[in-house]
Design a protein around this ligand. Structure first.
Ligand code: GDP
Length: 373
């Protein structure tokens, strides 16, 4: 993070401005009138027992980050499930759509959250649910496209997936690898390191490098920002270069406004100071947002030209039969087995910890109360 140039990523206008009003520069007028349709999926495992805080925090901060990104509360009535519920749980798909308007430009944003991902003992099911959702959207689009009313197709295809990686591991977990491989031919993956405020700058750099090495080693295809065209202006070229160099983005989210240097900013308050979400010196949040906004059209095009085309040609090869989720390659199954094994190990450790607690406390009722350990 040594080569950051703060000016490049500062909000173009007032703080709290998302910046998609510049989108019309990317596309032609017709789409401007209609507004933009964009679907972003967020996936990330809950933290393991070893990283749970006393407050029982579990998520990697997906919803907090989304709220910070779009300055809107997408999940006002969210209920966080208890520990016992989590062990049984399978992944759910929660799609929320908001329409945001800035300077007359409309964005119909759908965020697809996947709570419960990686919670259950059998992770294969959580893969299946997510893959089935992505395929269903392709399926629907294919159906609408071949229908009579092609002018008004609603595009609910998943254009991008933010994959949240835990800051507490030493890189990718087998589940991360297996999942990304399972979806990389279907959706644009943007890896992000969650809760970057829990890491020092050195640790972030180390983790980033490790993750990139592992992505290469396992042949995981993540979304590649296209190189800036040679006729683009120098600032844009430099911005693209910096964005590329920051992948995987290490981000901080917050739903709180805090007073810092006389201004109200989104941030996290610590005894030693405030971590500002929109400060490029503190984390990559603004870079992630800049990447998303400036490449929204490219993400849509790659979805159309690559992922949707893959789906369509696969369907044609099968003579129109639906793609069967059971058709996973061997490599993937092996990785899943590995992930399952790790889950089992965690469960054993959890049981051991519980037994230890019972031995110490002697209350012996063995209920699943208290925090998810
Ligand atoms: P989700 O389940 O992945 O959607 O996670 P949430 O957004 O609900 O966040 C889970 C917990 O982590 C909450 O207590 C948040 O306040 C906290 N949290 C969210 N983002 C961050 C972050 O960037 N840094 C830290 N330290 N905590 C965060």
């Amino acid at each position: 993070m040594s080569k950051q140039q703060p000016t490049q990523f500062i909000n173009p206008e007032t703080p709290g401005y998302v910046g998609f009003a510049n989108l019309p520069n990317q596309v032609h007028r017709k789409s401007v009138k209609k507004g933009f349709e964009f679907t972003l999926m967020v996936v990330g495992q809950v933290m393991t027992m070893f990283s749970f805080s006393s407050k029982g925090e579990s998520g990697l901060g997906k919803s907090t980050l989304i709220n910070s990104l779009f300055l809107t509360d997408l999940y006002p009535e969210r209920i966080i499930p208890g520990a016992a519920e989590k062990i049984e749980r399978t992944v759910q798909i929660e799609a929320s759509t908001v329409e945001i308007e800035e300077r007359g430009v409309k964005l119909r944003l759908t965020v697809v959250d996947t709570p419960g991902y990686g919670d259950a003992i059998n992770c294969r099911d959580c893969f299946k649910t997510i893959i089935a959702y992505i395929d269903e959207q392709f399926e629907r689009y294919l159906h609408d496209e071949s229908g009579l009313n092609r002018r008004h197709i609603v595009d609910n295809r998943v254009h991008c997936c933010f994959y949240f990686i835990s800051p507490f591991g030493h890189g990718l977990k087998p589940l991360d690898v297996a999942f990304m491989k399972a979806i990389h031919n279907k959706v644009n993956i943007v890896p992000v390191i969650a809760k970057a405020d829990t890491l020092t700058l050195k640790e972030r750099e180390r983790l980033k490098k490790r993750i990139l090495d592992e992505i290469e080693e396992h042949n995981i295809k993540i979304y590649h920002l296209p190189d800036a065209e040679s006729d683009e202006d120098e600032d844009f070229k430099e911005q693209t270069r910096l964005l590329k160099a920051s992948i995987p983005f290490s981000v901080v989210g917050s739903n709180q406004l805090i007073e810092a240097k006389g201004k109200k900013v989104r941030g996290r308050l610590y005894p030693w100071g405030v971590v500002e979400v929109e400060n490029p010196e503190h984390n990559d949040f603004l870079k992630l947002r800049t990447m998303l906004i400036t490449h929204m059209q490219d993400l849509q095009e790659v979805t159309q030209d690559l992922h949707y085309e893959n789906f369509r040609s696969e369907r044609l090869k099968r003579g129109g039969r639906k793609v069967d989720n059971e058709d996973m390659n061997k490599d993937q199954i092996l990785l899943e087995k590995e992930a399952e094994l790790r889950r089992m190990q965690e469960m054993i450790a959890r049981m051991q910890a519980q037994m230890q607690l019972q031995l110490q406390g002697g209350d012996g009722d063995g209920g699943a109360h208290g925090h998810h350990v």
